[in-house]
Write a protein that binds this ligand. Structure first.
Ligand code: GLC
Ligand code: CA
Length: 554
């Protein structure tokens, strides 16, 4: 396996809108990020991934871009960006940008031209089709954010495709001019000195030309088989790699909904000539009663099976990206751990141990290092996210399900859980802003905040800091081979890592119960690399306490 900096790196995701506000307008911004670089350096992460900071009308918080080469007005200016980038580099921190090129905003100049006439030079930049008739779209596909995936446009009496909101029209990647524009724009950012791209829904950029109805799930037809891993996806990514990526020392991670381990080797195989790694979603995609809206926790054996498959099948062939949460997912500790007061810290540290000890590059989502929790929503008015707002309408307000049944599900899974402001201290608005935040601060900020945790050596923050530091001193954490133990246990997640003569044992209790554990002979009495509580490892039979995690070295 080749050693590279991005395999050894820990990546920290910033959702700029909710990270730090520098001017009191209630919206996080670039100067806010710059002001917190020392905190990130102290934590020890290597790479910052910024969710989109480009000009945007914010229908989907910046994932709808109207100008790829300008900064969102609320976030500041290009000078602020340049300053942030050089301040980050001065501290040895790299900066990865979000690349959102499956779609643009409908306010992008390409789309404003495109919709004007069928003859317009930009017409073919997007995907236009005739409707079945004036009131019926070309097919039955549904958009990710509810409703049809087609929007009728009066100007030319045709429909355009939008797999996300109607303000996010899909680009037509089959048009070589679109690829030229995107690749030139990417090179422009690389020439500025950025260090990589996280590529938004990149598995969806190539669509089949024939666009038949999809199988109906929930309310609409599924576009999946026709738009995900489409016919030219690998051709376009290889072209992107050749024309842009390979010319720079950067890292790339593709957000690839629907990816399997087989496909991951094509997208991110060591010699595939496409991307460095991909995000897979199997371990966060447990669907239940109402599609993704579900309030159940994973059965541990199922979760382990998925992660073990990714760990073993990619080994030596492609690189894993490791994450529990991000800006589209609920808070890790609330979802996979236990956010009740007596267990929050222990379970947050346990989850960190379990993830950072696996093979791949770990991603930390802002606030995860503090053990931030889901938000206690009181009413649908609390939602800011287009996905949650539309889902509540489509499922509840239209009478498909009662509020009582749906409420626990949508509040457990809403993306807004991840988007409440980072809790910096115990002052008003958690030190995020001197004004009124665009989305309310979680009321638990008095107990959970960076100021308190950086002072407390036993905090979740210091535990993350220690894990990150250990990765730098122990190549086995990066390159060791993973092997599962106790695969049938519904309580313990146990595995080993092996590199040359070294071996680690990782034991994590995912429950609030004491669990009996028989230590493998070779680890009895061995030294502990890191643990979230005390135990006696000299015995063969030990009791693993609720949410306990430890790592032993042979
Ligand atoms: C990705 C982003 C998500 C966004 C969507 C559309 O899944 O992570 O936040 O809404 O793409 O761009
Ligand atoms: Ca601001």
């Amino acid at each position: 396996m080749n050693r590279t900096w991005w395999k050894e790196a820990v990546i920290y995701q910033i959702y700029p809108r909710s990270f730090m506000d520098s001017n009191g307008d209630g919206i996080g911004d670039i100067k806010g990020i710059t002001s917190r670089l020392d905190y990130l350096k102290y934590l020890g992460v290597d790479v910052l991934w910024l969710s989109p900071i480009y000009r945007s009308p914010n229908d989907d918080n910046g994932y709808d871009i109207s100008d790829y080469q300008a900064i969102m007005d609320e976030f500041g200016t290009m000078e602020d960006f340049d300053e942030m980038l050089s301040e980050a580099h001065a501290r040895g921190l790299r900066v990865v940008m979000d690349l959102v090129v499956n779609h643009t905003s409908d306010e992008h100049k390409w789309f404003m031209e495109s919709r004007r006439s069928k003859e317009n030079a930009y017409r073919d930049y997007y995907i236009w089709r005739e409707g079945k008739d004036e009131k019926t779209p070309p097919n039955n596909w549904g958009s990710c954010f509810g409703g049809s995936a087609w929007q009728y446009d009066e100007e030319t009496a045709m429909y355009y495709l939008h797999l996300f909101s109607k303000k996010q029209p899909d680009l037509n990647w089959d048009n070589p001019k679109v690829r030229d524009e995107v690749f030139n724009m990417m090179a422009w950012w690389c020439d500025k000195g950025i260090d990589g791209f996280r590529m938004d829904v990149i598995s969806m950029i190539s669509k089949t030309k024939e666009m038949p109805d999809g199988q109906v799930t929930d309310f609409y037809g599924d576009y999946g088989p026709y738009c995900i891993h489409g016919p030219n996806i690998h051709k376009y990514l290889k072209e992107m790699n050749k024309r842009v990526l390979s010319r720079y020392d950067i890292m790339t991670v593709g957000e690839t909904p629907g990816v399997t381990t087989e496909l991951a080797k094509q997208y991110a195989g060591e010699d595939a000539g496409e991307l460095n790694m991909v995000f897979q979603f199997e371990h966060v995609d447990n669907h239940g009663k109402y599609g993704k809206w579900d309030d159940q926790k994973w059965q541990l054996t199922k979760l382990k099976k998925i992660l073990t498959r990714w760990q073993t099948e990619l080994y030596g062939k492609a690189w894993n990206s490791l994450f529990w949460d991000n800006h589209d997912q609920p808070r890790a500790v609330s979802r996979f751990g236990d956010d009740r007061q007596e267990y929050r810290e222990a379970s947050a540290k346990m989850l960190a141990t379990c993830l950072h000890m696996m093979q791949g590059s770990p991603y930390i989502y802002q606030g995860e290092e503090l053990g931030m929790t889901n938000y206690p929503f009181r009413s649908p008015d609390d939602f800011r996210d287009i996905e949650s707002i539309n889902a509540y309408k489509e499922w509840c307000l239209s009478g498909n399900v009662s509020h009582e049944d749906f409420w626990p599900c949508i509040t457990f899974r809403s993306r807004d859980n991840a988007r409440t402001p980072v809790q910096w201290d115990d002052s008003e608005q958690a030190g995020f802003t001197s004004g009124t935040p665009w989305i309310p601060v979680n009321p638990n900020y008095k107990e959970i905040n960076a100021k308190a945790e950086t002072k407390d050596p036993d905090s979740v923050f210091h535990y993350y800091k220690k894990l990150i530091a250990l990765r730098k001193e122990n190549p086995i954490m990066v390159y060791g081979k993973y092997e599962p133990l106790l695969e049938d246990s519904e309580e313990l997640f146990v595995y080993t890592r092996t590199l040359d003569n070294e071996k680690l044992l990782i034991v994590c209790n995912f429950t609030d119960q004491d669990v009996a554990f028989t230590m493998p002979e070779e680890f009895t009495g061995r030294s502990c690399l890191i643990a979230n509580m005390e135990n006696d490892y000299s015995k063969n039979n030990i009791t693993v306490k609720p949410y306990e995690a430890f790592v032993l070295v042979r």
